[in-house]
Ligand binder design. Structure first.
Ligand SMILES: C[S@@+](CC[C@H](N)C(=O)[O-])C[C@H]1O[C@@H](n2cnc3c(N)ncnc32)[C@H](O)[C@@H]1O
Length: 298
């Protein structure tokens, strides 16, 4: 198993996502002889997991069942151990697109934090790209190195335990893209410019506060960056539900099939059941602003 390549069968040492329900999942490391307790009973790694196909439905000791899923960056984001605030898929999708990441891209990132974004970047740039990620908190850097090894992606990533604002990214004029998620990104713009390839290259900075955005954009302008733009990505998940509506009386003719009604057999004389999608009354909270820029091409 690797986070950048799909395997069919579960092996010792793999990370598996135990899916108990949409809102209830847990990552486990498969070890022969080990057991994992769930609300549906025990999962015995040797007999229930090793050799099974990823995606299988397995029965726990109390008779309940769970799915055993292959890990992906999206599943990791909602299951990873939090060491910091993390980026979620809504922002990650935009970052990946707007930084023009693809297989073979060389990318710089700081800070590594809990590695949520790092895993998504690694899947996108594999099999020939490289991620240089900088984290000044020693234990977080160490934990990230360990996770990348366990997830079989360490050949694609270099973790540096240093202050990006003082010491930069450790590479010069090779990166296709730079991503910043640190409290004072404006202090890292000189280093970002040096890490980016001579001409072109994209930069993105994530900040929760507009004052941080202002200072970062000023620094980007001072350093000659172009196409500077800031956006906020808000997700609106529409809820699909069945509602009962009173049936209008159009006279003696039966017009229910012309009205797009779900199923005439669900209808009574006076009401009808149909599916409707409603937008959320409240939009999920602000995460942060994404500021993008391009290094001049000439
Ligand atoms: C919000 S977290 C990053 C989360 C990450 N984007 C993710 O998705 O998991 C910010 C990280 O940046 C690190 N950091 C802050 N300032 C830094 C600096 N100057 N140099 C290197 N790392 C820094 C912090 O230690 C923290 O781990």
């Amino acid at each position: 198993m690797s986070f950048v390549e799909y395997s069919e069968f579960i092996q010792e040492g793999d990370v598996v996502i135990i899916f108990l329900g949409r809102e209830s999942m847990m990552p486990i490391k498969v070890q022969s002889g080990a057991q994992t307790q769930t609300r549906y009973g025990v999962i015995r790694h040797s007999s229930d997991l090793i050799g099974q196909k990823f995606g299988s439905k397995i029965t726990c000791s109390k008779g309940g069942w769970v799915y055993v899923l292959h890990p992906t960056p999206e599943l990791w984001t909602v299951n990873l151990p939090h060491r910091t605030q993390i980026l979620y898929t809504t922002d990650i999708a935009n970052i990946t697109l707007m930084l023009d990441l693809k297989p073979g891209s060389v990318v710089c990132e700081s800070g590594t934090g809990s590695g949520s974004l790092s895993h998504a970047i690694l899947r996108t740039i594999a099999p020939t790209g490289h991620l240089h990620t900088v984290e000044f908190h020693a234990q977080r850097a160490e934990k990230a190195i360990q996770e990348f090894k366990e997830h079989k992606v360490s050949h694609l990533v270099t973790v540096r335990n240093q202050d990006v604002c003082k010491d930069g990214f450790g590479i010069t004029h090779v990166a296709d893209a730079v991503f910043l998620d640190i409290p004072s990104p404006w202090e890292a713009i000189t280093h970002a410019k040096r890490a980016l390839k001579h001409k072109g290259g994209r930069l993105c900075s994530f900040s929760p506060c507009i004052e941080q955005v202002q200072r970062t954009c000023e620094a980007l302008l001072e350093h000659g960056f172009e196409e500077i733009c800031t956006l906020e990505v808000l997700l609106r998940v529409h809820e699909v539900r069945t509602v009962t509506l009173p049936l209008p009386d159009f006279g003696p003719e039966d017009g229910s099939s012309d009205l797009g009604l779900e199923d005439a057999s669900n209808s009574t004389n006076s009401s009808v059941n149909c599916k409707t999608a409603t937008p959320p009354r409240e939009i999920a909270g602000h995460t942060g602003y994404l500021s993008f820029a391009t290094k001049p091409r000439n």
